[in-house]
Design a protein around this ligand. Structure first.
Ligand code: NOJ
Length: 417
């Protein structure tokens, strides 16, 4: 738990704080009986420093006599000293990077990939995959020549990041991952702008769209991110997750429903972070019980009912519940005006949206697009605005937000015909 589970000490077991392999099996079975598939989040590019491999196979990791200028994602050098040498860690020092140029590492990880598929996993979210292969000579990152295209720390933005990640032959290592996974689904967490997705899309089914995730709730920014990303096929849209917090906190309670409508009507795969279906907020700031980088506040348990444990647990949760008496699934399940009902209707509707996608011209402050005959309009502002619309109203964020062609402040609507 140096990184809330992203520091794996055994790839073929469940940490006892979460349960057992038997619990995993029951979870998969219970999900299957409800028509739900389970994807696992796999970190192939680094282990925990506590993984036996780090002691037993030091040659599976990346070492140097002296650090180069590569930076850790969490700040400072990506190298830490050990026994007179330095090992590479693209993230926390407790997360040493594996050397994917070593065939033994590839074989060991292929074995892990097969293990969970045989146990019933439907596929993987493959973590931090742009860090899989680095420059074989471990050369310094040169100074930045052009903007990276996604937010970076001040230190990182000075460098081109050309050697510390995303090596030109990354596609070959990705193909080894695909070979072990067969036809099952894989989405890659690739911290690169969409125009650099190609090798990842060749191997994976989808790639997380970080341009959208980083856009502010501003029509111009959202439109640019969507335009850049829809040039590629294979976008996995995401507006919130365990690293960036939930919709209500990120965009404001007023905009959270419109954000969910946008997320669930874009063309491609959509990832809705647990809690967002009911408009759950992030926890209080300043909490650093598990994560030094301050992300605990995004990771409070799901609120199923109004009991103190939120129906999530009768025991002691890893973090307290935020506000189960105010926001919970039970209270929203049968309420036609609830966020949960809206999200369910959106999920039902998205299955019938045609693939075809076109961004539409619209007033400042409005994001509008067509999916075949359906028109989607989102008002990102606090003022009513005229929007493009079709003859019939299909769904709106709240009853009455679309009147004629005027969309109320913070509203979003789908029309057709
Ligand atoms: C990406 C994960 O989303 C993040 O939570 C984690 O800290 C890093 N990978 C390091 O594994």
């Amino acid at each position: 738990m140096h990184d809330f589970g992203y520091d794996v000490a055994d790839y073929k077991d469940v940490d006892p704080v979460f349960g057992s392999l038997g619990d995993f099996d029951s979870l998969v079975e219970a999900a299957h009986t409800r028509g739900i598939d389970v994807l696992l989040d796999l970190v192939p590019c680094h282990t925990s420093i506590e993984h036996p491999w780090f002691r037993e196979h030091p040659d599976w990791y990346i070492w140097r006599d002296e650090p180069n200028n590569w930076l850790s994602a969490f700040g400072g050098s990506a190298w830490s000293p050990l026994d007179g040498r330095y090992y590479l860690h693209s993230f926390y020092p407790e997360q040493p990077d594996l050397d994917w140029r070593n065939p033994e590492v590839v074989a060991a990880m292929q074995d892990v990939l097969r293990f969970w598929l045989e146990r019933g996993a439907a596929g993987y979210r493959v973590d931090a995959i742009d860090r899989l292969l680095k420059d074989p000579q471990l050369r310094d990152d040169p100074p930045a020549a052009e903007p990276f295209g996604l937010p970076l720390s001040k230190e990182e933005a000075q460098l081109s990041l050309a050697h510390s990640r995303n090596a030109p032959d990354t596609g070959e290592a990705l193909a080894r991952i695909r070979a072990a996974v067969g036809e099952r689904f894989m989405v890659g967490e690739v911290y690169l702008p969409a125009r650099r997705w190609q090798p990842y899309l060749d191997a994976f089914d989808a790639v997380f769209a970080f341009e959208l995730l980083h856009a502010a709730w501003d029509a111009e920014e959202l439109r640019t991110a969507i335009a850049e990303t829809t040039r590629e096929r294979g976008a996995a849209w995401v507006l919130s997750n365990h690293d960036f917090g939930r919709l209500v906190t990120r965009f404001g309670a007023d905009n959270a429903r419109a954000a969910a409508l946008l997320l669930l009507t874009l063309p491609g795969t959509a990832f809705l972070y647990q809690g967002d279906e009911i408009g759950q907020a992030d926890g209080p700031g300043g909490e650093r019980r598990y994560d030094r980088a301050g992300r605990d506040r995004f990771r409070h348990p799901m609120q199923w009912d109004s009991s103190p444990g939120g129906g999530f647990t009768g025991g002691e949760p890893w973090l307290p519940l935020v506000d189960p008496s105010q926001v919970n699934v039970e209270a929203q399940r049968d309420d036609p005006a609830s966020t949960l009902t809206l999200v369910r209707e959106l999920i039902r509707l998205r299955r019938s949206l045609p693939r075809e996608f076109r961004l539409l011209d619209a007033a400042d402050g409005v994001v509008a697009y067509a999916r075949g005959d359906y028109l989607i309009a989102v008002n990102t502002t606090g003022e009513p605005l005229a929007v493009p619309r079709g003859a019939e109203l299909v769904l709106e964020t709240e009853a009455g937000v679309l009147e004629g062609d005027v969309l109320a402040a913070h509203g979003a609507a789908i029309t057709g015909g």
